[in-house]
Design a protein around this ligand. Structure first.
Ligand SMILES: NC(=O)c1ccc[n+]([C@@H]2O[C@H](COP(=O)([O-])OP(=O)(O)OC[C@H]3O[C@@H](n4cnc5c(N)ncnc54)[C@H](OP(=O)(O)O)[C@@H]3O)[C@@H](O)[C@H]2O)c1
Length: 272
């Protein structure tokens, strides 16, 4: 497992995404992932699976302290009254006194950024989370967060070979904020892409493994592919025994397009 050292902590650079997995499916895949060596799990209030994720961690037999556990506060919980109670509810569901990383899931469309970032900082002060971060923030929103003096560990954004995020990535590198890649397989599309398949052949690796390796090799990037399939769960972890050549890194970079998003932004109406 590759680790990223940030804010004096070593974090597993590859984690398990859990969006769309619920109930017994989520519980079993989290248990299995931890038994396979995953040590970083990504969930969110919105995924309605925090309870199952907590059960999966318990069932795995892996010590809670050995797992880097991430959850996210949904926009409808960002107001001052709901923020901290919602985090406490998440912890209860997760059967844990803390998470390792707490993220703002999406910036709010009307509430001022400073108001909920202040609540995020409070969650850290109260020990509900070890680290804080954001998700789906653009450069100007990130700048506001850093200007408040907040130790933003990561910005979790859509990131895969078909989406050009180079401007945001460069800015974050320069400002010491790591990037967590969500939908790193472009929601599965990367797995059947002919260019990625042909790049993978000489290494004996699949297209999905090439996509994941590319982002891990860039530096400053963590990635959280989701799979509920035991075989693919293993496949996605099996990316630490090869290095992509500089030429192959450049070929993958060229696949990126400004309009290559898979995930469309949520709007206020979807939040409550
Ligand atoms: N912060 C945000 O706003 C945000 C937004 C989206 C996602 N996320 C997080 O990021 C995680 C990952 O993103 P995602 O779930 O959207 O998409 P993803 O990880 O890019 O792709 C998941 C899809 O690819 C398939 N897959 C996984 N590994 C594969 C492999 N080796 N070969 C072929 N197919 C494979 C999965 O199917 P099987 O399960 O059947 O294997 C699933 O259909 C989420 O689960 C969530 O934790 C965060």
């Amino acid at each position: 497992m590759q680790h990223l050292t940030i804010q004096n902590t070593s974090i597993p650079a590859l984690g398990l995404g859990t969006y769309g997995a619920r109930g017994a499916t989520a519980r079993e895949i989290v248990r299995q992932a931890l038994q396979e060596g995953y040590r970083h799990i990504d969930t969110a209030q919105f995924y309605a699976n925090e309870e199952a994720v907590g059960q999966g961690i318990k069932k795995s037999g892996v010590a809670r302290e050995a797992v880097f556990l991430v959850t996210k506060v949904w926009p409808s919980n960002l107001d001052k009254k709901r923020f901290l109670p919602s985090v406490k509810e998440s912890l209860q569901k997760l059967q844990s006194g803390y998470v390792d990383l707490l993220l703002i899931h999406w910036p709010h469309h009307t509430l001022p950024l400073e108001s909920y970032l202040a609540e995020l900082a409070k969650a850290q002060e109260k020990g509900l989370t070890r680290f804080i971060g954001v998700s789906n923030f653009n450069i100007s929103q990130l700048k506001q967060a850093l200007d408040m003096g907040l130790p933003i560990l990561t910005n979790q954004v859509e990131f895969h070979p078909f989406l050009d995020q180079s401007k945001l990535y460069q800015w974050m590198r320069e400002h010491g904020v790591s990037l967590t890649a969500y939908s790193p397989l472009a929601q599965g599309k990367a797995a059947t892409h002919p260019a990625l398949q042909s790049i993978g052949k000489p290494y004996g690796k699949s297209a999905a493994q090439v996509a994941l390796k590319w982002m891990l090799q860039l530096g400053g990037v963590m990635t959280i592919p989701k799979s509920i399939n035991p075989k693919r769960l293993k496949e996605n972890m099996d990316v630490f025994d090869f290095e992509l050549s500089a030429e192959d890194m450049a070929r993958i970079q060229e696949l990126g397009r400004r309009d290559g998003r898979q995930v469309s932004a949520f709007h206020g109406a979807d939040w409550d």
